[in-house]
Design a protein around this ligand. Structure first.
Ligand SMILES: [Zn+2]
Length: 92
């Protein structure tokens, strides 16, 4: 009776440690594949000085390069947007 309880406890501990090890390996593999992935077209990138002049999107606050940004002139002021969606929101 007692022996069986001990055996079950040992099996439970083994199963739990195996599951934890498997989860750890899986998490590491996912993390490494995420790190390997080349930078996609992420719209919300932190401000990185990439040579060009950085402009702040007044709608969402993202910094974009003036060369690639969508520009809109209002009188003397030029506004820069990260996407056409932000330009539409600004116009509204
Ligand atoms: Zn934006």
């Amino acid at each position: 009776m007692i022996l069986r309880l001990i055996l079950e406890a040992v099996i439970a501990v083994l199963v739990i440690s195996m599951v934890r090890a498997a989860v750890g390996i899986l998490a590491r593999a996912l993390f490494q594949s995420a790190m390997r992935r080349p930078q996609g077209p992420a719209p919300r990138r932190p401000p990185v000085p990439s040579g060009g002049e950085l402009k702040k999107d007044p709608v969402c606050g993202t910094y974009i390069s003036a060369a690639t940004a969508i520009q809109k002139r209002v009188g003397e002021q030029t506004y820069y947007f990260c996407s056409p969606g932000c330009r539409e929101k600004f116009r509204a």
